[in-house]
Design a protein around this ligand. Structure first.
Ligand code: NBP
Length: 512
């Protein structure tokens, strides 16, 4: 590390809510911090309001900002994700020296981070993409930080980043994730898991409202109780608070007058699309994204509600039993969502050579971030005890948790289906569980069909290699070599389980 020169140790450009709070968090720990914003008035306002919180240097121009920093320069960019990040890099680059460090701390898409890393490297600049979770409060008081990029650059900023991160049991929620886009990748999956967590909570609320017949204040108390058990987490805690809030205007629960249309900024979609590309089943997160899409179709749903019929109102289950069943179903579905998210990170780590330490990811998500939960201790312990885990469902603690919950989980899916309450995340998680625990599923028929209409070939349980049946000719089976037809014929390679892009209609076998 460079000796102090009277210049600022680190700079933050982009002083909207996240950048401003991150800069305050850094300077409050005594670290000299230069601050800059494209619109200068925002910087002067910042200095006026918070200038006495720590050793700040306010900079009006990018040149002043760069000159205010000790070398190697450490510059945190906290601007809107997308084109603005490139614009800031383009502006900074000619002013920087070899070895200086640009740190994008916004919610950038990881392929952009990979590209920026290469572009900056070509100019001698070390680039880092770091995930920061915890919203504005986390940024100020201690976020969970997921730094990715050049390890030598991380060594230059580790002290500052760990000093501002949340701390759980004496451990800062900040660890170097891996090279290139690894930090933003892990942040993306974190956000995806957040989508699944929130969707599962919404489904539990829906069931407690429409099957158990409870009102918002009663459900708030249930979530408060749940927060003292296995489900203990920030999201369950704030669910109780949101449900308990009285609307000043109507005097009823605020949640009852909030429009039922969920918005999104895209990180859930990125996670789902990435899982599709990797061929990893990610039902919980993906259903959560679809559910937000369905919620957005408010006008269509309004029309459908008077046109499409549902089941006749049925007898509800015993309410106390039902509440406990829903708690268990929520926990089991949550286990599945995390198992899927961690399996996705494992696959991405292998595909990109990131060598992700998944136990460390669970460790740094225990504090500061939106999905912080007691449950993450279990995941951290699972990796500590079992090393490379293919699927968290196979770790004894989670195997037992899901086994203990499964009867309740099935009852909840049945009662919701009977009563016409949509529970896409609960039910798809159960289907994933049932599919994952089957030694032999029905994909043999899928392969037979694919071979029939597209001569895609299949493998046999009792012989090596690939085979094709001349379905439309004499019905005989022929060996098709050591590869499926799609690979043998050189078509675009997709992950296992995905179809060739150009499946053709049945115009006769093509493998021979
Ligand atoms: P915004 O995402 O709203 O971005 C506003 C900032 O970007 C302002 O400082 C603005 O400068 C600057 N900016 C823009 Br817009 N275009 C620019 C350009 N071409 N050149 C230079 N600066 C430009 O701020 P935020 O809500 O604080 O979020 C910052 C990042 O943190 C985002 O990537 C966000 O996704 C991520 N994040 C946000 C949260 C959260 O809870 N809000 C949580 C976690 C991560 P101006 O003042 O001159 O317009």
């Amino acid at each position: 590390m460079t000796e102090s020169t009277g210049k600022s140790r680190i700079g933050v450009t982009g002083l909207a809510v996240m950048g401003a709070n991150l800069a305050r968090n850094i300077a409050r720990r005594g670290t000299p911090t230069a601050v800059h914003n494209r619109t200068t008035a925002k910087m002067t306002e910042f200095i006026k309001e918070y200038g006495d919180e720590g050793p700040f240097t306010g900079c009006e121009s990018v040149e002043d900002f760069v000159n205010a920093l000790e070398t190697p320069r450490r510059i945190i960019v906290m601007v809107k994700a997308g084109r603005p990040v490139d614009a800031v890099i383009e502006e900074l680059t000619p002013l920087l020296d070899e070895g200086d460090i640009i740190i994008d701390a916004g919610n950038s898409h990881f392929p952009d981070t990979v590209r920026r890393t290469e572009e900056c490297a070509a100019n001698g600049i070390r680039f880092m993409g770091i995930g920061v979770s915890g919203g504005e409060e986390g940024a100020l008081l201690g976020p969970s930080i997921m730094p990715g990029g050049d390890p030598s650059a991380y060594a230059e900023v580790e002290e500052v980043l760990t000093s501002i991160a949340a701390v759980v049991d004496g451990t800062p929620c900040c660890v170097h994730v891996g090279p290139g886009g690894a930090g933003h990748y892990v942040k993306m999956v974190h956000n995806g898991i957040e989508y699944a967590d929130i969707q599962l909570i919404a489904e539990a609320y829906d069931l407690l409202t429409h099957v158990a017949g409870l009102d918002a204040p009663a459900i708030a108390k249930i979530f408060e109780e749940w927060n003292s058990g296995d489900l203990d987490s920030f999201l369950i805690e704030i669910t109780a608070k949101v449900l308990a809030k009285t609307d000043e205007k109507t005097g009823g629960p605020l949640v009852d007058v909030i429009v039922d249309q969920a918005e999104q900024k895209g990180t859930g979609t990125w996670t789902a699309v990435d899982a599709l590309g990797l061929g990893i089943p990610l039902t919980g997160i993906t259903e959560a994204v679809f559910a937000r899409g369905l919620s957005a179709l408010r006008d269509e749903r309004k029309k459908a509600s008077t046109t499409l019929s549902g089941p006749a109102p049925g007898q509800g289950a015993d309410r106390d039993d039902l509440v406990e069943d829903i708690r268990l179903a929520l926990y089991a579905s949550k286990v599945v969502a995390y198992a899927q998210g961690f399996a996705q990170m494992r696959a991405a780590s292998e595909a990109n050579d990131w060598d992700l330490d998944l136990g460390a990811m669970a460790t740094i998500w225990r504090g500061g971030c939106i999905i912080r939960a007691r449950f993450l201790n279990r995941i951290r312990d699972a990796y500590a005890e079992h090393g490379d885990v293919e699927n968290l469902l196979m770790v004894p603690y989670f195997t037992d948790a899901v086994a203990n919950a499964q009867d309740a989980w099935r009852r909840v899916v049945v009662v919701a289906t009977e009563q016409g309450v949509a529970i896409p995340a609960f039910s798809s998680s159960l289907s994933y569980y049932d599919g994952y625990r089957r030694e032999r599923g029905p994909a043999n028929l899928i392969q037979g069909l694919r071979d029939f209409f597209g001569a895609h070939t299949y493998k046999r349980t009792d012989a090596e290699g690939y085979w094709h049946t001349r379905w439309s000719q004499d019905g005989t089976e022929v060996a098709s070599g050591g590869q499926p037809r799609s690979e043998a014929s050189g078509s675009t390679s997709l992950p296992a389980g995905t179809d060739t892009p150009a499946s053709e209609p049945d115009t006769g076998p093509k493998a021979e």
